[in-house]
Ligand binder design. Sequence first.
Ligand code: HEC
Length: 185
Amino acid sequence: MATTKQSDPLFWNKVVGAVLFAGLIAMTSGFIAELLVHPKKLKENVYVVAVPEAATAAAGAGEPKAIEPIGPLLAGANPAAGEAAAKKCAACHTFTKGGPDRVGPNLWSVLGGHRAHSASFSYSQGLAGMKDKNWDYEDLNHFLANPKGFVPGTKMAFAGISSAKERADVIAYLRSLSDQPKPLP
Ligand code: HEC
């Protein structure tokens, strides 16, 4: 004889018992799982994304790496090699006395002269704003290594000369472009 839920007097006891028993299993399994696994909050990320400090510090800064001083190299510098290297400047500059400005100003007697030295050239604000200072050897070294680093906003669209020896040669050549070349430092 099949019992229906109406006829079984213990039906609701069984239902409530089943629900309680299921709850009990859920609680104990959660409890046991936690005993077995020990979940822990980490204090730090396990995968640390390494960003070198120098990279963050240098981001946006003009001169990322130290520029080798030019003084010690000038004594042994070769103006003729500098003249050859300065071919890449000649797209924008003339070097002769009284020569015309092109994309950039004429460079006769630029060393020792004040910055933005050509009266006829229309300089960037950055360089024009430095007019009260003179171009000395070390300034030219920094400018030629990294034009934008030395003169923010410069119009000189030139990446720079990375070799210190080549900069020394070019600066020795620039020094020779004068009626009275300046003494070496
Ligand atoms: C793409 C063109 C271009 C090239 C290549 C270039 N220059 Fe220039 N240069 C300029 C311009 C433009 C200026 C003016 C910058 C300003 O007003 O900010 C300038 C300015 C200068 C100045 C400062 C002049 C002053 O009166 O204060 C010097 C020095 C100089 N350049 C040297 C060089 C040398 C050396 C080279 C080659 C190694 C070179 N430039 C390559 C365009 C150029």
